[in-house]
Each structure stands twice: as C-alpha cells, then as structure tokens.
Design a protein around this ligand. Structure first.
Ligand code: FES
Length: 77
C-alpha cells in the first residue's frame, strides 16, 4: 500500500509506503508524519482551508484509506 505525492512547483514525485496502522489517520496527519510540508493553520479542524490539494480537497477531511494507491498533487510543493 502506498500513496504518491506530486509537487507541481518542484516537479517531484514521492512514493510513501502506508502501514496498516496508518489507514485511519487523516491524510494531513499522515503527510506531516512523513515530513511533507502541507500548509495548515487550524491543525486539521477544517477551518483554514490551507491544506487543500490541487483539486481543492481538504487533506484534513480525508482518511489515508481513501487515498491508497492514488497520487495527490499540491501546487506549492
Ligand atoms: S488544516 Fe485547516 S482546513 Fe485542513
């Protein structure tokens, strides 16, 4: 199980392996734990909207399990 993270600004594509223990984490928390610098000023309370991906999805609103084997993109990474 893995999630790919693409930065449109840098052109970098990172593949992060996902363990079974991480499936219920929010995508935001998971990315932070793997040192991906996703913007956030409300710490995942769904208020600041800074954690959006390139398609406008709030990463604090989704679970890791929702993004398995998908690529998530961020304009500013
Ligand atoms: S971290 Fe603030 S809305 Fe997601």
């Amino acid at each position: 199980m893995q999630i790919k993270v693409k930065g449109r600004a840098s052109g970098k594509l990172q593949t992060i392996n996902v363990s079974a223990l991480e499936l219920e984490l929010s995508l935001l928390d998971f990315l932070h734990q793997h040192e991906i610098p996703i913007a956030s000023s409300c710490s995942g309370k769904k208020q600041c909207r800074k954690c959006v991906d390139s398609s406008g999805v709030l990463t604090c609103e989704l679970k890791v399990a929702d993004y398995l084997d998908k690529t998530i993109e961020f304009d500013y990474l």
